[in-house]
Design a protein around this ligand. Sequence first.
Ligand code: PGA
Length: 253
Amino acid sequence: MTLKKPFFGGNWKMNHGPSATRGFLTEFLGQYQPHDDRTVVFFPPAISLAAFKVASAERSDLLTGVQDVYWESSGAFTGSISAGMAKDAGAGFALAGHSERRHVFGDADEDVSRKVAAIAGEGLVPVLCVGELLEERDRGEVEAVVTRQLAAGLSRLSSDQVEGMVIAYEPVWAIGTGRTASPEDANQAHELIRGLLTESVASARAIPIIYGGSVKPSNIEELLAAPEIDGVLVGGASLEASDFAEICSAGGV
Ligand code: PGA
C-alpha cells in the first residue's frame, strides 16, 4: 500500500476518553471535509478507539491507529495490548518508539524494534518515531542518535515491510514545548533519514517521513513546504477540533 502524502497524524496521548472522543468528532466532522490527496490518521487512547470508530463511521477518510503495543500476541502482560488486538479493534496503524514511551516508560531500541516487527507482522503500518534529546543535539549527536534508532527500528523487517512504514522525526526538545524545529533543521534530519532508507530499500522516496514537535496551524504550511517533510505528527494541537481541522487542510495542491 502506498500512503498518500501529505500525511497528518493526530497523537492524542493520554487525552480524550470515549465521551470526549465523541464530542471532538461532532465538531471535527463539520470542520474538516474529506480530501482525497492526503492521509489523516488519529491515534486516540486505545480505550477510545471503539467510540472513535462508531462516531466516524460515515468518514472512511479518517483512519485510526494505536499509540503503542506490546510485541507478544497475548498472555500475562497486564496493562498491555497486542498489535493483533489493535487490528481486531479496527486500527490500521501503530506508533512505536514515541519519545514518551522511550523516556517516560523506558522503551529501549531493542523494545522498539520488537514492537515495530509485531506491528508490521500483523499487517498494520508501523509509525516509527525517532529523535534526539536537546543535550544530544547540543553535543552534535543528531546523526548518530537518529541513525541508531532508525537502524534498530528497521532491524527485524523485510524490505517490503520497510516500504510499508512511516517514519516520524520528533526532536524531543520540540515536543510539547512550543519550540518547533526550524523547517531547515527538520529537513536536514529528514534528508539523513531518507538517505538511510535509500540504503536499505529501493523505493525509499515513497515512505512518508513526517515531522513532530509543536506543530500548529501557524507553522504547518512552512513545515510542509520543506522538500523532505511529507507530513506531520501532531500532539497538543490535535486535541482541538478546529486547530486540527486547519492543520489537516494545509498543503497539497
Ligand atoms: P506536540 O507533540 O505536538 O504536543 O509537540 C508531538 C508528539 O509528541 O507527537
